[in-house]
Design a protein around this ligand. Structure first.
Ligand SMILES: [Zn+2]
Length: 174
């Protein structure tokens, strides 16, 4: 790390401390050459893809937002906070392992639906309605038609059955 004042790359750490709830280390450094001090921050590289919204805008992935969406769908349903956290973990792991730089919000929503419909079908339908900003029953129909037609790749075939189960149970409730 070069000194920002004289660009010499020799320096020593004079203080280290955790910041941002432990997700960052700040190091106070002193330049060997000019003696000036500066701070460096070390964080785990964030490799989760950015999210492409319906209107093509891009957003940083936001775990809190996703978790709140799932929690909201699970209000008064027999789904524990722990189960919600694990669900979000699995979705994040999938995003991380995909290696994609950008994914659509529909893709993330579908992944959550697969996971959620295996836990609680009604919560999955609620999640779909909020996630897609449904305003009429035809929006549900269009959405479920869309996710039913989508080929599900890899080992997620079990999830596809669950989504279809959600569609069926949704239709049965209407
Ligand atoms: Zn210097």
């Amino acid at each position: 790390m070069q000194c920002p004042f004289c660009t010499d790359d020799g320096n020593r750490v004079i203080d280290s401390r955790l910041a941002r709830d432990g997700s960052e280390i700040r190091r106070r450094r002193e330049c060997d050459e000019c003696g000036r001090r500066f701070t460096t921050r070390e964080r785990i590289e964030e490799t989760l893809p950015r999210v492409i919204k319906h209107d093509e805008r891009r957003e940083e992935y936001d775990r809190t937002k996703l978790r709140r969406g799932v929690e909201h769908a699970c209000v008064k349903r027999p789904v524990s906070t722990e189960a919600v956290e694990r669900l979000v973990d699995r979705v994040e792991r999938g995003l991380h392992e995909s290696g994609e730089r950008e994914v659509t919000s529909v893709h993330i929503g579908r992944r959550v639906l697969e996971e959620l419909s295996a836990i609680d079908a009604l919560a999955a339908v609620r999640f779909a309605s909020v996630f897609r900003d449904f305003s009429s029953p035809s929006d549900y129909e269009a959405f479920f038609a869309e996710i039913s037609d989508e080929p599900v790749h890899g080992d997620a075939s079990e999830g596809a059955d669950s989504v279809e189960g959600t569609v069926r149970s949704f239709r049965a409730r209407r």
